[in-house]
Design a protein around this ligand. Sequence first.
Ligand SMILES: [Zn+2]
Length: 490
Amino acid sequence: MKHKKILIVSIIGLCCLLGVYCPWPAGVRAALTAGLPSDLWNPGKNTLTTAYPFPRADQTTYQMDLYLDAINRIVYGQSQIKTINTSGRVLGELWLAIYPQAFQDPGSSPAPSAAYAQGFSSGGIQIKQVKVNGVPSEFITEDICMKVMLPSDMLPEEELTVDISWQAEVPRVAYRYGTADGVFMLGHFYPTLNAMSDSGWCRPLNSPFGDPFCLSAASYLVRINLPQDYRLITSGELIASLALDNGRENHLIKAELVRDFSLTACSRYEKLEQAEKNITLKCFLPPDMQAKGREIIKQAGQIVQYYNCLWGTYPYGELSVVVVPMQGFSGMEYAGVVYISEDQLDHPGVVTLLAHEIAHQWWYGLVGNDQYDEPWLDEGLAEYSATLYINHVQGQDQAQLSPGIAKRVNLDRALPDFVSDEQYRQVAYQGGEDFWLALEQELGRDKVQKILRSYLANYKHQLVTSQDLERVINQEAHRDMSAFFAAWSL
Ligand SMILES: [Zn+2]
């Protein structure tokens, strides 16, 4: 199938070069072969405000022009971020996350040493140039963040265009940012504008466990140049591909209102596809795992439909489950993409894992939170959601409260407050799930699901805090729930 596709794309590409026929509108054709347009779409505005006023999802776009040098493990990137200063204050600097910097040396890499099968391999990102509104700007890097000094103060409601030339080195490591067994796993690989809360910039630090991110949703238009024998899996939807005469291929991808943009490129994977009511499910995995892939995609379809009915419809056209040679995490969530580690496929808990990662499409993807500062918000809810699904398929109506619920834990903890991955999981995952199970005891399951529908409807594409959640719960419970929150130190 792959060769046939390449042949068709090559013929179309040749015809385009000859000026004979091109199946795409002029704008798409130009985006594939020349510059990316600046006005491909204009996201509508909404009026919601949260504790994170900047950057706003509906006013922020990323355009990225990427080139993967698979042999030397380098991604060359040219990013243009457009947004509006909605912070309500005068800005003198910008903070961006540059996650590849976490992989510079063995002492700071979050990947376990076992993930470096051939010994340590360094990764990082070089920022070549930053321009703000066309003016070259000074910048400094600090841990996994970068501070850009604005050439002049940015007034409220002023438009902001940030152009960044960069190149990211991809380490040889079986991790969520790295390459192993012919698979490039590129999560959080590009400079991302950090969110700003009422109290200032989110400036996460590298962490040996968990997710040090606080990401505002945005819309993306990405062109990526890949070797033709690589399969591409990304957030968003592929608009068009064009084979070039040098053995490479240009792909144009559009992703509207997504929490992040992830990219996976692999030379050996098979694709399984299943059409559901509102969505196309895809599963990518090594050819010898196809039988398991069919079970995974079937389960994924049931999970998505279950969550759709419970809270609200998954709003994107596609969801991809990718089986990756990843260590350190059993699964990982990105907008429209879920990673499952190869070594989890035979594990009896793989359906629970899949249900957890797919739940993040709602609780991370649609309703976001500061994963560094309040990791319990998305992890606890993903864990609780997976329990709901497992109880549903097992025919149990009522989830049992776990033994740990007798001692309510302090949920008000940021990543650096945990001494180990085990403690982080006990609190953010198990403690977070216990919060929701205890809320069921207090208000009943139907009320809790109503709360979650309201939470989604109110904060879709936003970033929330525990206080935002408390407001929704108070509203739906028709009473003051501060004593309940205080029992969890919130
Ligand atoms: Zn999770």
